[in-house]
Design a protein around this ligand. Structure first.
Ligand code: 4GX
Length: 295
């Protein structure tokens, strides 16, 4: 019998990513009526996911029982002496592909452990739809995610057809495996779970939560060789501060990500703030041009 039978602790040293046969320990949950989100990750490099799940906001959320993360290595479900989880590509050429059966057995174990009888995997792949904050928010609503990390040339297409619900890409560049992409999903989804961020406002104030980029932030010292903190931020006038921040968010989005601006509907006040920003920007660039070149 391979290693998946029964309850076992794969990483006693850390106490993290335990493979606990699906039982949930909600003793430390601050919301006893809601169950922690569960994320299962199928990966040839469980240590990578486990070390990511140990640090920062997500690490603390795990310790507090707000998220559960378990890893499953397809090699543990191989049937040969070499514990093979990959094989050569049909049709020739270099490289190998991850085999159906070790992945299928890993998924069956996830289904048993989580009680998600028909759960399918989310496959991290450059062929997928691009991950964005809207997708992250949709994932964060779910109580269970199964992430599949491919290595080499990817996964046998038949596994994708039968056991993958969707393919997700973290960006148009090529990684050496899906683990880093899965860690991005875990981080972005994990920080949105109830009780994870100190301040409920933090998530609302994020870039993208309203479809705009974030405004600039400053801390002490107020006056520095490299410049002063904008006076309004130290004024104590909360309405003026909110107005300044919104104007900066709008202006930055207009300058850096005009594509995002096309996706949002601005109210009258926001349109006025953006016009103000654009006029000031125009004035400044005209001035810089006229005085800068010396012509
Ligand atoms: N966003 N990679 C997956 C294996 C692979 C090869 C071919 C499907 C087809 C990536 C990304 C990413 C590298 C993970 C290739 N899968 N994943 N891996 N960008 O680049 O998610």
């Amino acid at each position: 019998m391979p290693a998946q039978a029964g309850i076992h602790w794969k990483h006693l040293d850390s106490g993290l990513c335990r493979n606990d046969g699906g039982k949930k320990d909600v003793r430390f949950s601050i919301h006893p009526w809601s169950r922690a989100m569960r994320i299962d990750v199928i990966t040839l490099f469980p240590d990578f996911i486990e070390s990511c799940a140990r640090v920062g906001v997500v690490g603390r959320a795990r310790e507090r029982g707000l998220i559960e993360i378990a890893t499953w290595n397809p090699r543990d479900f191989a049937t040969d002496n070499y514990r093979s989880a990959d094989d050569r590509c049909y049709g020739g050429g270099p490289g190998v592909v991850m085999m159906i059966d070790p992945l299928r057995k890993a998924l069956d174990s996830v289904r048993r452990a989580s009680g998600s009888e028909h759960g399918k995997a989310i496959y991290m792949s450059p062929q997928g739809a691009r991950l964005d904050q809207a997708k992250v928010e949709a994932f964060a609503q779910r109580d269970h995610l199964i992430l599949l990390c491919g290595r080499y040339e990817g996964v046998d297409e038949r596994f994708i057809e039968h056991a993958v619900e969707e393919e997700i890409s973290v960006g148009d560049y090529v990684l050496s495996g899906g683990e880093l992409a899965a860690a991005i999903v875990i981080d972005a989804v994990g920080r949105l779970q109830d009780g994870v961020l100190h301040d409920a406002q933090s998530a609302q104030q994020d870039s993208f939560s309203d479809g705009l980029l974030d405004c600039p932030h400053y801390t002490r010292p107020e006056h520095h060789e490299w410049g002063d903190v904008p006076a309004v931020l130290a004024s104590g006038d909360h309405a003026a501060i909110a107005r300044w921040r919104m104007k900066q968010s709008l202006g930055r989005t207009w300058l850096r990500r005009p594509d995002l601006l096309e996706q949002v509907v601005l109210d009258k006040k926001q349109r006025a703030l953006l016009d103000e920003f654009r006029r000031e920007h125009e004035e400044k660039t005209t001035h810089d041009r006229d005085s800068g070149s010396g012509e």
